[in-house]
Design a binder for this molecule. Structure first.
Ligand SMILES: *Cc1c(COP(=O)(O)O)cnc(C)c1O
Length: 355
């Protein structure tokens, strides 16, 4: 049976990305060696890093003066690395969910953390707006897409202090004005690659100014100066990232990804709003286009498990909601197809017809 992958992360990748990466794992560029067996310093591999970097810059229109680096440690390491490099006395954080909280926890090890606003009391069902940022904060940190709660900030904020964003789960899904950010980071396994590599886009004149001695590996300068080759980078994840960036480009770039994301969201949210069994969990204006969260309406609460089983029988994978929200979550990253969304909607309609 055909499977429709709605996993929140690691998540669906374009089939051709997986196939092309698999080919290189078997025989890298006709060398008779596997991508897994070659040195990251091999002359054939440097072009992979160079092209991946160039494509990220091209697709996101990254201005002059920024570097793109590939590191291990996931987005979670960035929760530490960002304040280690950029927090001098005080940093501002917008609390929009689990990942923002984890970022704040690490930042507290390096200085004062000001929570500028929070939607915690409403179980993170909306994005706080009109909050004040202390003018003397070293930066404001935001999570552009809240993977667990299904809210998203789909515009680039204007703030009076440097802006830093965790874009792990919506990078490459829309055009971004990179010039508004000092640093953008994203674990690749939601929208760019398999797990194992984190992409960091950082403004060159902001690094190398930390207020403390940094371990070599935590200093962005180390990795910028060595072009992500200070130590052995995650070779296979970088390769599959390159394949995904090529795929994004072939398919019209981030403008086309944005359009598709809106189409998918319209299909799925449209059905959630129409179907008497279901309701969305977040404020309409803050609905994520990437992670679509919904629950059973109260009067049909007992149908949660039966619907999950029904959808699973239809080939849906990964539609169970995160335990902190419950219900369902359909993750619709770039690789998600309109066909997949229609299949989910058909399952919702057919299930409703039984009641
Ligand atoms: C998944 C996720 C993370 C954690 O990423 P790791 O690579 O597992 O450390 C952080 N932030 C957001 C928004 C995420 O979706």
């Amino acid at each position: 049976m055909k499977k429709y992958n709605f996993n929140a992360g690691p998540s669906m990748l374009p089939r051709e990305v997986i196939e092309n990466t698999a080919k290189q794992i078997l025989d890298f560029n006709g060398s008779g060696l596997s991508l897994m067996e070659i040195s990251h310093r091999a002359k054939d591999f440097q072009p992979v890093v160079d092209e991946a970097e160039a494509l990220i810059k091209e697709l996101l229109s990254v201005p002059e003066g920024y570097s793109v680096i590939f590191l291990g440690g996931g987005a979670s390491l960035q929760f530490t690395q960002v304040p280690a490099n950029f927090l001098h006395t005080k940093a501002a954080y917008l609390n929009t969910g689990t990942w923002a909280n984890k970022a704040m926890k690490e930042a507290k090890l390096y200085g004062e953390v000001v929570e500028v606003a929070s939607s915690k009391d409403a179980n993170y069902t909306f994005i706080p707006k009109n909050f004040d940022v202390p003018a003397d904060a070293d930066y404001l940190h935001i999570t552009t897409n809240n993977t667990i709660y299904g809210t998203e900030i789909r515009k680039d904020l204007d703030v009076c202090v440097p802006l830093i964003a965790d874009m792990s789960s919506d990078i490459m899904s829309r055009p971004v004005d990179v010039s508004k950010y000092d640093c953008i980071y994203a674990g690749a396994q939601k929208n760019m690659s398999m797990a194992g590599v984190t992409v960091i886009i950082v403004k060159n004149d902001k690094i190398g100014k930390a207020s403390r001695q940094l371990p070599t590996m935590l200093n962005y300068v180390t990795h910028v100066e060595k072009g992500s080759m200070f130590n052995t980078p995650p070779v296979v994840p970088i390769y599959s990232l390159l394949e995904t960036m090529r795929w994004v480009k072939r398919n019209g770039g981030v403008e086309a990804m944005d359009k598709l994301a809106k189409q998918r969201a319209e299909i799925v949210y449209g059905e959630i709003d129409r179907n008497k069994l279901f309701k969305g969990t977040v404020a309409e204006e803050d609905r994520s286009l990437m992670n679509i969260c919904f629950v059973m309406n109260e009067e049909y609460a007992e149908l949660e498990k039966p619907f999950f089983e029904f959808a699973t029988e239809r080939g849906m994978v990964g539609v169970k909601g995160h335990r902190s929200v419950g219900g369902f979550r359909a993750s619709c990253y770039n690789a998600q197809t309109i066909e997949g969304c229609n299949a989910l909607v058909q399952a919702m309609k057919d299930f409703e017809a039984k009641y």
